[in-house]
Design a protein around this ligand. Structure first.
Ligand code: ADP
Ligand code: ADP
Length: 226
């Protein structure tokens, strides 16, 4: 659990295109913040800079008290869930969830405990020996979330995690994500272009447009402003 702070964060691509124009944002410890806005407004770029998947051109990003501008992704102590589940097809659910941990120093017994606990939280405890191709879309999404949870990260990042799901499943997974957030109690930054998703999930909604923050407010205040 940690605060995530962006000060004057800028991203320009090599082609001269500036995708993010000096963003200031403080996400509180355990807060659920949703970045919303039209396609191309810089949401994903912002998230990828926080994750360390994209270099930052200017400004400062802090996770907790640490400036992480130059830290590689794996040293940032955060987990990201993507829209394409990025599960390994040849590995079981258990091994998919354990993969990141098994590359590190976590003892086997601890990995087992964490994977089973995360699987229980997500209701996939009975699926641990299956391969991804034997899972439904919703189950795969749960495995992807499980893989992030087992790392016990200080923050979760979600990049349009539900956009590949049909409407019914999207609604179901939305409540699932909310429930998991409450249970795991971790700072969460969530990117979507879907306003309903933003309104249902967020403690605060950050509306982006053209690489800038246009508005920041709790959902109930967002569209009430003149
Ligand atoms: P969003 O997630 O809100 O849809 P992005 O962060 O993906 O928006 O993109 C913001 C802007 O940056 C877009 O105009 C996009 O075309 C541009 N962009 C994204 N990635 C690159 C890249 N690798 N090189 C050049 N421009 C990029
Ligand atoms: P390592 O554990 O050695 O860092 P990984 O390939 O598991 O190697 O992860 C590299 C980085 O990619 C991680 O530190 C993390 O930032 C990100 N990452 C990997 N898997 C996940 C995941 N399931 N959810 C979120 N982020 C992940």
């Amino acid at each position: 659990m940690a605060k995530v702070t962006l000060d004057g964060v800028v991203k320009s691509y090599g082609n001269g295109m500036t995708a993010v124009h000096g963003i200031d944002l403080a996400v509180e410890d355990r807060e659920f913040v949703v970045l919303v806005g039209p396609s191309g407004c810089g949401k994903s770029t912002t998230l990828r800079m926080i994750a360390g998947l994209e270099d930052i051109t200017g400004g400062t990003i802090r996770i907790g008290d640490r400036v992480v501008n130059d830290l590689p992704a794996r040293q940032r102590d955060i987990s990201m869930v993507f829209q394409n589940y990025a599960l390994y097809p040849h590995l079981t659910v258990f091994d998919n969830m354990a993969f990141g941990l098994s590359l590190g120093k976590t003892p086997k017994s601890e990995i087992e405990t964490r994977v089973r606990a995360a699987a229980d939280t997500l209701g996939i405890g009975a699926l641990l020996e299956r391969k991804p191709k034997a899972l439904s879309g919703g189950q795969r999404q749960r495995v992807a979330m499980g893989r992030a949870i087992v790392r016990h990260p200080s923050a979760f990042l979600f990049d349009e995690p539900l956009s590949n799901l049909d409407a019914e499943l999207r609604t179901q997974m939305r409540s699932e994500i909310k429930r998991v957030h409450q249970r795991v109690d971790t700072t969460t930054i969530y990117v979507t272009h879907d306003q309903v998703e933003a309104m249902t999930l967020a403690d605060r909604v950050v509306v982006m447009r053209g690489g800038r923050i246009e508005q920041v407010a709790p959902p109930q205040e967002l569209y009430a402003k003149p």
